[in-house]
Design a protein around this ligand. Structure first.
Ligand SMILES: NC(=O)c1ccc[n+]([C@@H]2O[C@H](COP(=O)([O-])OP(=O)(O)OC[C@H]3O[C@@H](n4cnc5c(N)ncnc54)[C@H](OP(=O)(O)O)[C@@H]3O)[C@@H](O)[C@H]2O)c1
Length: 243
């Protein structure tokens, strides 16, 4: 990660997830960061070398605020790798509007939009204003409105589209005071995790990334970000996904 000044710290939210865990591993191996904070709701707090595991529930703002106070400065990189497509209150992704359910919609928004927004609220103010800093959230190509030709997955698509708008807003606001702070959405590709597992049948051979490969691509995209990318959603290969 040569675009960052050495000696800072990084935070990965959703570090218990497939991609989040791989991002923590990769950042832990990168000498540019002195410490890596791994947040997840299931973690017991612990310290191993430069890795600090902290229990954070992104649906509980007080827990985000408390975790933010534990971050050593300067904070240079935040990656929000939480997200939900199915399971629990959300159930299965809708194939038709007849399956729309208020509780499932609200839960999708709570996890995919409100959580990342609250993380931004508490971490953007402490991102280092000196040198490059990045706030990135994992979005999805299916959150693109103009690229939507297949339909379906109403709650997931709509919540990721809302996340993309939130990121654009954050980018505009931060650019006014700290132009070196970039806010982006990232599409990780189709990755072999619990989130994609029920839908992998339709993935063409050779198009399913391991979490480690996806994490390497995503960190390379973050490293190559230009100021004009802030507010956009970029895919794993660095291409911009249309809004
Ligand atoms: N995998 C793909 O093919 C793919 C494609 C496009 C976009 N993405 C996006 O990439 C991101 C990471 O997904 P993944 O594939 O790594 O999925 P994953 O393995 O299921 O990880 C999801 C992460 O989100 C956390 N999470 C889920 N529900 C939560 C809740 N209610 N409160 C707090 N944390 C919650 C999980 O925590 P627990 O471990 O505690 O459940 C876990 O850390 C998501 O935003 C997803 O939309 C993935």
């Amino acid at each position: 990660m040569r675009s960052f000044e050495p000696g800072g710290c990084a935070v990965v939210v959703g570090a218990s997830g497939g991609i989040g865990g791989a991002l923590v591993d990769a950042l832990g191996d990168d000498p540019i960061f002195d410490s890596v904070f791994a947040w997840a709701r299931s973690f017991e707090p612990s310290i191993h070398g430069k890795l600090r595991r902290i229990r954070v529930d992104i649906t509980n703002e007080a827990s985000i605020a408390a975790a933010a106070t534990q971050i050593g400065l300067p904070l240079r990189l935040v990656i929000v790798a939480t997200g939900a497509l199915h399971g629990g209150v959300i159930g299965q992704p809708e194939k038709t509007y007849r399956a729309l359910d208020a509780d499932a919609l609200l839960e999708s928004y709570r996890i995919n939009v409100v959580g990342p927004a609250l993380i931004a609220r508490h971490l953007l103010p402490i991102l280092s204003p000196r040198g490059r800093s990045v706030f990135a959230a994992l979005s999805a190509r299916v959150g693109s409105i103009s690229d939507n030709r297949a339909g379906g997955w109403h709650a997931y698509r709509a919540s990721k589209a809302a996340l993309n708008m939130m990121l654009r807003n954050l980018a505009i606001e931060t650019s006014r005071r700290t132009p070196e702070t970039l806010c982006v959405g990232l599409h990780p590709g189709t990755v072999d995790t619990g989130l994609s597992q029920p839908f992998q049948r339709n993935v063409a051979a050779g198009h399913l990334f391991t979490p480690a490969i996806s994490a390497a691509h995503l960190l390379s995209v973050i490293d190559g970000l230009r100021r004009e990318d802030s507010g956009s959603v970029l895919a794993w290969d660095g291409t911009t996904i249309p809004p």
